[in-house]
Design a protein around this ligand. Structure first.
Ligand code: DAT
Ligand code: MG
Length: 150
């Protein structure tokens, strides 16, 4: 069976603020494995596909404009429980409600600039990985040192 994978993206505000390494580091130090990463400026149409579940919400248009406003770091992270625990590392959608110690809790202030995206469940993880990456972009490898990671 394929190890669990999730889609994580650093949004344009996170990139602009120089938070790429900070965010990658939190997933990496936890013990999750980075199996795909790229820099991409999504078109507005692509952003609308990514956020299609939210198309009836009043903030949808602004959200899609924002996601397509500059470079995004698109990633696939792998590991046991990575979908659910990834959301835990990220924190609540509204940074005012995110706990300290989470990415949004520590690094963001407002919901419209919450710096990171993470898939919210197994189905969306699969859909989002397929939307952003080709299968051959996902690399399979093993860590060669003893660390508890596989
Ligand atoms: P999450 O990113 O935590 O999965 P979501 O899927 O409900 O949250 O919404 C996607 C993004 O939309 C969210 O990261 C920021 C934006 N958003 C959500 N609720 C909002 C609101 N009430 N006003 C403005 N932007 C909002
Ligand atoms: Mg979501």
């Amino acid at each position: 069976a394929q190890m669990e994978q999730t889609f994580i993206a650093i949004k344009p505000d996170g990139v602009q603020r120089g938070l790429i390494s900070e965010i990658v580091s939190r997933f990496e130090r936890k013990g999750f494995k980075l199996v795909a990463i790229k820099v991409v400026v999504p078109s507005k149409e692509f952003a609308q596909k990514h956020y299609h579940d939210l198309k009836e919400r009043p903030f949808f248009n602004g959200l899609c404009d924002f996601l397509s406003s500059g470079p995004v770091i698109a990633m696939v992270w792998e590991g046991e429980g990575v979908i659910k625990y990834g959301r835990k590392l990220i924190g609540a959608t509204d940074p005012q409600k995110s706990e300290p110690g989470t990415i949004r809790g520590d690094l963001a202030v407002v919901v419209g600039r919450n710096i990171i995206h993470g898939s919210d469940g197994p189905e969306t993880a699969k859909d989002e990985i397929n939307l952003w990456f080709k299968p051959e972009d996902l690399h399979q490898f093993r860590y060669l040192i003893k660390s508890g990671m596989s």
